[in-house]
Design a protein. Sequence first.
Length: 334
Amino acid sequence: MEKVVIDFEKIKDPYSGLGQYCLFLKDQFDIKKSNLNFILEYFTPVKNKIYRYFSFLLPYSEIFHAIHQDSPFIPFYKKTKFILTIHDLNAIYENPSEKFQKKYLKKLQKKINRASYVVYISNFTKNEVQKKLTIQKSNSMVIYNGISLPQLSREPSYHPKKKFLFAIGTVLPKKNFHSLIPMMLDLPDYELIIAGTTFHPYAKEINEEIKKLQLTDRVHLVGTINNEEKRWYFENASALICPSLLEGFGLPVAEAMSLGIPLFLSNLTSLPEIGGTDAFYFENFTPKHMSDKILWGLSQFDEAQKNRLIERSKMFSWEKAADEYLKIYESLLR
């Protein structure tokens, strides 16, 4: 029977954006795989370390799917059809070195040239890639991420003492979380919860700014949280705040949208595409503009807007995403 191999290496970090992507897509494939006329096989961190360096040791398959653009795994056999999913080009915006950018784009172009099919997670990403690289448009499509919040929530270790705003994501400069700290001086009735991995020095800089502005009682970096805790914060927050400068999609935006909470987003990159017309957008990141936007938006938000957000969220489905990928696999196996 024909075989499709999918690189799910990033599942080793289940609370990162790519880890969540792999985890939820794999769950849908597991539900559907018994009804397929081909074999689905997954690469996991335990099994695949050696293939990073010796691609000729990869087992033969009719299709190999690299689930993100920086995957080190490319099939050795020329007969194997290669599918590449591209999430973003953030790497070239985070590193200003012209030498790095040229090298990165050249390497990605090589993967695109090898690919039988290229998938993007948003139209924004698709447009960015097509501006900078050469691609056959007939062999590409956009497949949106899905939403998979657990049905039950679990109270997190830190429980806010008053109304609160919620932000979530790996605490890196591209997330622009530092812009939220001085904003909180103008929002004395609220706490701010920022959840996400804090390994980067940027998290330390934010904590120092919190102390400097004497906001330690109202602004909290709570670290990594699980999906049940995330749902609790979504359900109880006054709003989701996402001031990100670089996003290929913005999964927390779609997740919060599914619960109908107010969204205050950067007007940059993919976020307007995902948030739609019922989200509120920051036009700049000055503290006064951001705090005014939040207070105004919360005063305007009503049940009709909430219901429109919930309805819009239905376009983001892991089941739909899995079905679209399976259609691609089937078309390449014919």
